[in-house]
Design a protein around this ligand. Structure first.
Ligand code: GDG
Length: 470
């Protein structure tokens, strides 16, 4: 195989397979921020992307799409169940989000995790050039850094963790806690969303492995001395350009006006946009809103709340239950408060094209981001990017990575329903001058610190770790 200077390893390839009416197959670049951030880097240095195409038992040779070399990894249906739905999404995901849902620990899931991580590592190790760079992404692949290092000691390895890292008291539950730490420490730089995540990781390394930790540097023992590993925060952001382009399009503006009109021209539109996930605090948000209506602090004739809950992980039990709970709560509130002409909550269990999402952001007077735990939360940043007129208000949970940066949002503890209700009222009633004062500062932050600033800062740290390597 041709070898590449820069290899990205992520659970998913940055493309989705589409099947046309005539049965023909094609690939469409998925519009994620990660692709946008890495595309320029990959083009500049000749890169490849190792990942799973998203369907079981698909065996594909490496291919090039939109100028990116793609190296597909095959997962069997059983591996999708045990590695992806099981260990990644039903063990690590709930544990790392502070046990909001109970993590399931199964030894056969762990075995599948090790097997699949090795497959990714082997593909990356054979795709990368001598002295090249491998950048591994996220919690599905925590063992890959160490596996790549042992296969290819010449290579520089980076790892970025997109979700939170839990405090030691919770992390210690993981039956394979030491193996996972060793897996991550195979990287030269381990990046996290918040300084707090890096602190928890370093504390776990110190306590469990007894390695020497000084500030952000871990000394990992090797047969001939030690290796230095840097662990620190690199808060991720969005590619702002497609958002700025879309809000300037007349058809998107017309669509935003149409949305407001179709809701009966409410005085205020509230919006939530999330994958349907128990970490996102959708139930808390609905409860608070329902109580505001019941108490008469909000009136269904004046406000509408649109909740987009895009389908996610639908084969994992916790997600099936969550969907039932949310739909029950929405049905109750609408049943109790709707009038013939006005609906309290427009609940959309659907995924929409980005144009429609931007029209929704444009239409929304108040954005509700009430996650109970979230690595960053890009929705908050996307909403801000679309507010070119500096109007609108963001209610933002303290438990998101975004809250570290977006201090001018209306910050809230979503567990405290009274506080959440007051925060929603503050946002609904915020005078335009106050909206504008806050939004200016928020926009400055998001536009300056975009996803390319994020990837550059990570890659600079990785390059300097290489130059100081002993
Ligand atoms: C993980 C971490 C971290 C959602 N529904 C639709 C749609 N989306 C898009 C949003 C946004 C993205 O999905 C969701 O990103 P978030 O950051 O909000 O959350 P996670 O999916 O949990 O992402 C998170 C992130 O990784 C990056 O490091 O911030 O903390 O959990 O871009 O707009 N997009 C479209 N239709 C939908 O229906 N087009």
């Amino acid at each position: 195989m041709t070898a590449y200077e820069f290899v990205v390893v992520a659970n998913r390839l940055p493309v989705d397979r589409t099947v046309g009416d005539d049965g023909s197959e094609a690939w469409r670049t998925s519009p994620g921020g990660l692709v946008a951030a890495l595309e320029p880097v990959m083009r500049a240095v000749d890169g490849a992307w190792v990942g799973w195409p998203g369907q079981p038992d698909v065996e594909l040779e490496p291919f090039t799409e939109h100028g990116i070399r793609l190296v597909p990894i095959t997962l069997s249906a059983q591996e999708v169940e045990e590695f992806y739905e099981g260990f990644a999404n039903d063990t690590i995901w709930p544990l790392y989000h502070d046990v909001i849902a109970p993590p399931q620990y199964h030894r056969e899931w762990w075995d599948a995790y090790v097997t699949v991580n090795r497959r990714f590592a082997e593909a990356a190790a054979s795709a990368v050039k001598e002295n090249g760079t491998v950048w591994v992404h996220d919690y599905q692949l925590q063992l890959v850094p160490e596996m790549v290092r042992s296969l290819r000691p010449d290579v520089t390895v980076g790892y970025f963790h997109h979700i939170p890292f839990p405090m030691h008291g919770l992390y210690a539950q993981l039956p394979w806690r030491d193996q996972v730490l060793r897996g991550l420490l195979g990287a030269d730089v381990v990046g996290f969303q918040r300084p707090q995540d890096a602190t928890y990781f370093l504390a776990a390394v110190r306590r469990r492995l007894k390695y020497d930790v000084k500030q952000a540097t871990v000394a990992v023992p090797t047969p001939d001395g030690h290796r230095r590993v840097i662990a620190k925060a690199f808060p991720i952001s969005i590619d702002t350009s497609p958002y700025l382009e879309l809000i300037a399009k007349p058809e998107v503006q017309v669509r935003a006006a149409e949305i407001r009109h179709s809701l009966g021209n409410p005085k205020k539109i509230l919006l939530g946009v999330d994958r349907l996930d128990y970490t996102k605090g959708i139930r808390h948000r609905i409860k608070a809103y329902g109580e505001l209506l019941a108490e008469g602090r909000l009136n269904v004739e004046d406000v509408t709340f649109i909740q987009v809950a895009s389908p996610s992980r639908e084969r994992v039990d916790a997600y099936v239950h969550l969907r039932d709970e949310i739909e029950l709560a929405v049905g109750r509130i609408n049943g109790n408060t709707d009038t013939v002409g006005h609906s309290a909550i427009r609940y959309l269990h659907q995924a929409f094209p980005r144009e429609e999402m931007v029209a929704l952001y444009l239409a929304a007077d108040v954005m509700l981001v009430t996650a109970l735990r979230d690595g960053m939360n890009l929705v908050a940043k996307e909403y801000i990017a679309t507010r070119a007129d500096n109007r609108g208000a963001l209610v933002l949970s303290e438990f998101t990575g975004a809250a570290d940066e977006l201090r001018q949002a209306v910050l809230v503890n979503p567990h405290d329903i009274e506080f959440l209700k007051d925060a929603i009222m503050t946002a609904v009633e915020m005078p335009p001058t106050e909206q504008s004062r806050r939004m200016r500062a928020l926009r400055r932050r998001v536009l300056e610190h975009d996803v390319s600033a994020w990837s550059s800062s990570f890659l600079e740290a990785l390059a300097s770790s290489r130059s100081t390597r002993s």
